[in-house]
Ligand binder design. Structure first.
Ligand SMILES: *Cc1c(COP(=O)(O)O)cnc(C)c1O
Length: 392
């Protein structure tokens, strides 16, 4: 049996070594605290669960859904976009997804032929470049530097690369850096995309997880954006629904149509009773619910940032998302620091290198761990004197 080469091309699973160590420690009875994965620990709100409970017995919901979702879900998405961003969407500009990840992966099949180039931020959510590789394309990395607000400098993309590029991925509020978009940046992206005939895919999965009064913009609020691109959303992070798999892509109708054509050949849409949860989430979630849910992360953010600052790490206080992106001290790689934290304190963090070359020199801490575990994890770090050099 010979597996396809694309499987060999998958990046080495950088978390493998860490997962192995965690399992080893747990087997020894050591209480490991994880700031690793970003997966909300708070349950899905009741009004959203009611959408499922109310519709689960209806036989039509037991049958194949349509690939492009229930018309009612598309309407709820349109209403939410109008209310939240003041962006009007036609029915043909909307497709519900089995989670944003599904759409991100399939989007590459819509735009990338073998040999084509995709412009990808570095560090980034790994699916942008893996999807590109699965489609036979090549990723050109755009480094996200702190000095540029963790936004790519488009003037650094070489002319010949830009001419060959078919797609540009951007993601704001950004995972893992916590970087934010500006209206000027979004306008630059539209201009660049028009100049080189590139499709823009903006991943806005964290748009509602915000603090300190920050309100995240939509890429589609930018003049000309709908001519060049689409935006991905997920209900996973915003409504604590990672396990239910609901997201959406909206914007340019030709790109949405292409995505529906690919999807309808590979999947059969979101189970309908779960689509009713999506409708409830978008129609009935109050701003008070968002505020109190975000307040949970805001408190954890401040606890984690304060502790990291107190032990001498350089770190920003992000206004969005649930990740802390902290700088490693001089002389440490991200993998060395992650290993040290695990070995000395049984605390798991993710090495930034796992998100790309430009992620080297940082570690990521996720805030989706229950309060008491966050506090216990931080207690282990308080007063810690980091050795000036890694032991190995
Ligand atoms: C979590 C995450 C996703 C995936 O969202 P799902 O809807 O759960 O598939 C996509 N993009 C980014 C940047 C994420 O962090």
């Amino acid at each position: 049996m010979q597996l396809a080469d694309r499987l060999n091309q998958l990046p080495p699973y950088l978390f493998l070594e860490i997962s192995r160590k965690i399992a080893e420690k747990r087997a020894q009875g050591i209480d490991v605290i994880s700031f690793g994965i970003g997966d909300p620990d708070v349950p899905t709100p009741n009004h959203v669960l009611d959408g499922l409970k109310r519709t689960i017995d209806d036989a039509p919901n037991h049958r194949y859904p349509e690939s492009d979702g229930l018309p009612e879900l598309r309407q709820s998405i349109a209403k939410w976009y109008d209310k939240r961003f003041g962006v009007e969407l036609a029915d043909k500009e909307i497709v519900p997804l089995i989670g944003a990840k599904e759409g991100v992966g399939h989007m590459a099949l819509c735009l990338i032929d073998p040999g084509d180039i995709a412009l990808i931020p570095d560090p980034a959510y790994p699916v942008y470049s893996v999807g590109t590789m699965f489609a036979g394309g090549t990723s050109h990395m755009m480094p996200l530097l702190e000095s540029n607000g963790f936004r790519p400098d488009l003037s650094l993309v070489p002319e010949d690369v830009a001419k060959k590029a078919k797609i540009m991925w951007i993601n704001y509020p950004n995972n893992p850096t916590g970087g934010l978009a500006t209206p000027e940046f979004f306008s630059e992206v539209v201009e660049f995309a028009k100049k080189y005939d590139i499709a823009v895919c903006h991943d806005a999965c964290y748009s509602e997880v915000t603090f300190d009064g920050y309100v995240a913009p939509s890429f589609l609020q930018t003049a000309g954006a709908k001519e060049v691109g689409i935006e991905f959303h997920s209900l996973s992070k915003t409504y604590n629904m990672t396990g239910w798999r609901v997201g959406m892509a909206v914007g340019n109708k030709d790109l949405i149509d292409a995505l529906i054509r690919v999807k309808s050949n590979l999947d059969s849409g979101i189970p309908q009773a779960i689509q009713y949860m999506g409708i409830e989430a978008l129609d009935s979630t109050t701003s008070e619910w968002h505020s109190s849910n975000n307040e949970i992360y805001r408190k954890r953010r401040d606890l984690v940032v304060d502790t990291l600052l107190s032990i001498g790490l350089e770190v920003n206080r992000p206004k969005s998302g649930f990740y802390i992106w902290a700088k490693c001290p001089e002389g440490w790689t991200s993998a060395q620091l992650a290993t040290e934290l695990l070995d000395q304190h049984a605390v798991v963090v993710t090495p930034g290198r796992g998100y790309g070359e430009a992620g080297e020199g940082y570690i990521r801490l996720s805030l989706t761990t229950p309060d008491n575990r966050v506090k216990e994890g931080l207690k282990r770090l308080e007063g810690w004197k980091l050795p000036s050099r890694p032991s190995s």
